[in-house]
Design a protein around this ligand. Sequence first.
Ligand SMILES: Nc1ncnc2c1ncn2[C@@H]1O[C@H](COP(=O)(O)OP(=O)(O)OP(=O)(O)O)[C@@H](O)[C@H]1O
Length: 253
Amino acid sequence: MLRTTGLSKHFGGVYAVRDVGLAVGEGELRGIIGPNGAGKSTLFNLIAGHLRPDQGTIDLDGRPLGRLPAHGRAALGIAIVFQAARVFRGMTVRENVMVGAHAGTRAGFWTAALRLPRHSREERLIRDRADAALARVGLTGWAGRPAESLPLGQQRSLQLARALCGGPRLLLLDEPASGLRAAERRALADLIAELHRDGLTIMLVEHDVAMVTRLADRITVLDLGRVIADGTPERVRSDPRVVAAYLGEEARP
Ligand SMILES: Nc1ncnc2c1ncn2[C@@H]1O[C@H](COP(=O)(O)OP(=O)(O)OP(=O)(O)O)[C@@H](O)[C@H]1O
């Protein structure tokens, strides 16, 4: 479904992503791991269109995304949940999710974000989709409450619901479990596994290697912007280059 070829991005003299080639199949859950600064978030931002590559191509279903901006990619079904994303304060849980329904169109996003009046049938449709997404992540009972009143674990579920509300085909999750407690992590991992079982294609960046190992079909390991390993969780975990990259990280100050 997704293929990158020779993808590179540098900031000043530092390559954040260097000559990255990877292919993610339909319905696959791909883990992306690597030490701090390996280029994981940069890779996601390149795929979602928030950064432009210096070199390389990204294809979705065999078609190059080229210079298509982020909202155009969202309309094609690429959804990203950013690292440490916030909920919109002063809005209910449902309203937060409704913002995701029209993430694919700039006008729709702002209409929702600013709560501008909208055709009432369309509004109802979006509300139904938001409620379905909330049900999917187990937040139905919270729909009318202020988003900021949710515990952190459920704020992450809310962000997932917002991404799901747009009906994505490819979901990019950047460290969704960071800062969560053990029980919240487990609940989130279960939810991601369910979405995977339903056939959604997911790319998951996560520092919790045990969680990625449990969830992923395949894992791609980045170090200093390059792919150093790619394969099944078992193969990747025993790869000497991966072990060295992680041991190297522990040795860094
Ligand atoms: N906007 C930017 N400007 C300058 N340098 C950047 C920028 N974004 C990322 N970098 C650099 O690119 C490299 C890769 O960063 P990136 O955030 O993609 O790594 P990461 O693997 O997601 O790291 P972490 O696990 O710490 O989130 C790092 O050296 C980082 O300092």
